[in-house]
Design a protein around this ligand. Structure first.
Ligand SMILES: *Cc1c(COP(=O)(O)O)cnc(C)c1O
Length: 487
């Protein structure tokens, strides 16, 4: 008996460091805060892109051993081997892919959420956290123009939001093994690949997937959609789902949502809008104009970790008819018999989500909006829209640059067309030189078969100075490369 007690005491002592005391916690927190401050204040680690150096030596430095380490040493390793390379998407000079932010208040919220570790998946376990997330979803739904009985879920990102929306649509429209191969989904060539991935995951890849033609501003052509639906109906097929994008990743194009809503309505199709990138612009009048019709969709997805500048790990799905989302995801096990269904007005996130146990994700969304109010967010997204127009107007006038359509949101596509030689090859080298130069970071894509540069403006840090710098660097580097090629 005493032997058993001694053994248990020894084990408790050996694992005692897993429950640090107040002094230890305070010292660790100060150390981490010291690190994050030095990170945020150092200009070189804030660069938009830094290639990885010494990548092959990382594994050894990161491996676990039985003995303890010093936090200060560990933070150094982390900085040198982990944090210092790759893209910094909130840097003012980050114009690649879809930029974002990393609101400091969200990081603090994550810290509080992790320290208090509320079980946010179930209302009974975390009524306050559940109500907070519910109020965030209500606010988002209202922002998008959805009715009061809409429901939603805070996900880890747009891809999981797409997955939830697609499963909900599938269940609500009665797509099953009996009719899946006769059922038709309408997309465009600009539909984000995560939607196609969601089709695979929820078993919709067996549907007939039709790419509807786009116009020269990369928007779905409504007449082509209507025609395709009519043809499919006449052939005895089952048209049931149309995917529109409110801000494509490549060009920022917004599909004509109002016209698509009309067609979806008269043909009884489920209408999904991918607003992962574009949804944030609903905060300003110009954005609301561009996204008119989004409120008529049956489901939509939106990424607060893009245009609301949250750190990565927050997406959102909204379903106009909340009970359809519940129908797709509600579930219970015997081990949950004591959690009940809570108060009638207290929801459990797990009823609306593929997740059960989950982080208290709403806090990182809620805290910055609560601290700053909504107004600065409205200003920030409007600033990004206007900066894109500013850039577009100026790059159009620069010798040798050919622009794509006027930006619908905050992405501008353009390329340099040299007097002679292959323009695609030129722009590839141009991109590489811009990347290696390091003043700004932007990426390329292929639009209508042409290699195209794209400048995406959405980083918290991007203001007029960064856009002016981009214009300056682009002009100088293009001249330099042209001269180099002449030699
Ligand atoms: C980013 C993006 C997605 C994917 O979202 P993740 O958060 O990266 O999973 C989907 N659609 C569009 C238009 C996007 O820009």
């Amino acid at each position: 008996m005493t032997q058993e007690r001694e053994k248990l005491a020894a084990l408790a002592e050996a694992s005692g460091c897993l429950e640090p005391d107040s002094a230890t916690r305070s010292a660790a927190l100060a150390s981490v805060a010291g690190y994050t401050e030095s990170y945020l204040e150092a200009s070189d680690t804030r660069r938009a892109f830094r290639p990885e150096a010494e990548g092959d030596r990382v594994a050894e430095a990161l491996a676990f051993v039985e003995s303890p380490g010093q936090l200060s040493d560990i933070l150094q390793t982390l900085d040198k081997r982990v944090i210092s390379s790759g893209t910094n998407t909130s840097s003012g000079e980050f114009f690649a892919f879809i930029p974002s932010g990393s609101l400091y208040e969200s990081a603090l919220a994550d810290f509080i959420a992790a320290v208090t570790n509320r079980y946010a998946g179930v209302g009974f376990s975390a009524p306050g956290a559940s109500r907070l997330e519910q109020s965030v979803i209500r606010w988002l739904a209202k922002l998008m123009g959805y009715p009061d009985d809409a429901e939603g879920d805070l996900t880890s990102g747009g891809s999981i939001a797409a997955l939830s929306a697609m499963l909900t649509a599938k269940k609500a429209c009665g797509i099953s093994s009996r009719n899946v191969t006769d059922s038709v989904i309408y997309v465009t060539t600009h539909t984000h690949h995560c939607i196609l991935k969601a089709f695979r995951i929820v078993g919709l890849d067996e549907c007939i997937i039709r790419e509807v033609r786009c116009d020269d501003e990369h928007r779905l052509v409504p007449d082509a959609l209507a025609e395709a639906i009519a043809d499919d109906r006449n052939s005895g097929l089952n048209p049931w789902l149309v995917i529109a994008t409110a801000g494509t990743t490549d060009t920022g194009a917004v599909d004509p949502l109002e016209a698509i809503a009309d067609i979806a309505e008269s043909n009884e199709l489920w209408f999904h809008v991918d607003a992962a990138y574009g949804g944030a612009f609903m905060l300003c009048e110009e954005g609301r104009q561009a996204l008119r019709g989004i409120e008529r969709s049956d489901s939509l997805m939106f990424d607060p970790h893009k245009g609301f500048f949250l750190p990565f790990g927050t997406g959102a799905v909204l379903i106009r008819s909340g009970k359809k989302l519940y129908g797709a995801f509600h579930g219970r096990g015997t081990y949950m018999r004591d959690v009940g269904d809570g108060a009638a007005d207290l929801r459990s996130a797990c009823d609306y989500s593929p997740e059960l146990t989950r982080p208290f994700r709403g806090l990182r969304f809620w805290l910055p909006f609560k601290i700053h109010g909504i107004a600065p967010f409205r200003a920030a997204v409007q600033e990004k829209l206007l900066l894109a127009r500013y850039f577009y107007a100026r790059i159009s006038k620069l010798e040798g640059f050919v622009v794509g359509p006027e930006p619908h949101l905050s992405i501008v596509t353009f390329r340099y067309v040299p007097e002679s030689g292959d323009a695609d090859a030129f722009n590839q080298v141009f991109f590489e030189q811009l990347r290696d130069d390091g003043h700004i970071f932007l990426t390329t894509t292929v639009v209508d078969g042409h290699l195209t540069l794209r400048l995406a403006i959405l980083a918290t840090g991007t203001h007029l100075e960064s856009v002016d710098l981009a214009l300056d660097v682009l002009e100088k580097k293009a001249l330099q490369l042209t001269a180099e090629l002449r030699r």
